[in-house]
Write a protein that binds this ligand. Structure first.
Ligand code: PLP
Length: 229
């Protein structure tokens, strides 16, 4: 089941990329495994998946110990500063940097481990009140501040688009994130890269790929519905 879902999602990504004249190899699929047991992650692993996304620090720590060491873990959820120390040397990328204080904490903890942590700046493009993330106009000033941190490397932008019935409704959101990244890239700030656009989830990843996503975060489409109990 999971292997089949993975194949289907990868095919959909390839088709969406081709429809926009993009090379499918530019798009990394992040299998969002939050709430799911290691047995299900292993099914995906055995089907070739090596990139997993989680949104809770404790869950990353538990699964990190149980899963093979060649898995790339992505922290995609809101990150509390007092928990940075637990994952800073375990994750490939933190997608959810949305404040200078959080970036400062990542800098301090990364320095202790002598690692450079790739991060994305989370942008609340749709200006939803309930969400974390920077306003679009806050992104450049924050990037400029973080550019001075030797142990934090900004690689791009991330957004969580609204839940919508028709994925086309999110096309302008994805387009806006892409435009913002092009704009920031054009400033040529030292130590700031805009190669990554993390956008698109189960309901809208094909539209996101058409609009330039280089990482899509798909959970339900691979592992099925989540139950929070
Ligand atoms: C849960 C989650 C996803 C995956 O959502 P699905 O709709 O199940 O694909 C993607 N990104 C973030 C930040 C998430 O928390």
């Amino acid at each position: 089941m999971i292997a089949e879902n993975l194949r289907e999602v990868r095919e959909n990504i390839a088709r969406a990329a081709a429809s926009a004249g993009r090379d499918p190899s530019e798009v990394t699929l992040i299998a969002v495994s939050k709430t799911k047991p290691v047995s299900m992650l292993m099914e995906a692993y055995e089907a070739g998946e090596r990139v997993f996304g989680e949104n809770k620090v404790q869950e990353i720590m538990d699964k990190y110990d149980e899963m093979p060491s060649d898995v790339n873990w992505h922290m995609i959820g809101h990150l509390q500063r007092n928990k940075v120390k637990y994952i800073v040397d375990k994750v490939k990328m933190i997608h959810s940097v949305d404040s200078l204080r959080l970036a400062e904490t990542i800098e301090q903890e990364a320095a202790k481990h002598n690692v450079v942590v790739p991060v994305l700046l989370e942008v609340n493009v749709a200006a939803e009140e309930t969400k974390f993330g920077l306003k679009p106009e806050e992104v450049l000033p924050l990037a400029e501040q973080i550019s001075k941190f030797p142990h934090v490397s900004v690689r791009g932008l991330m957004t969580i688009a609204p839940y919508v019935d028709d994925p086309e409704e999110n096309r302008p959101v994805f387009r806006q994130l892409k435009e913002l990244s092009v704009d920031i890239d054009s400033k040529k700030i030292d130590n700031i890269y805009m190669n990554v656009l993390s956008m698109g989830m189960t309901g809208d990843y094909e539209v996101a790929v058409q609009e330039g996503a280089t990482m899509v975060r798909v959970g339900t489409g691979i592992f099925g519905e989540r139950s929070y109990r």
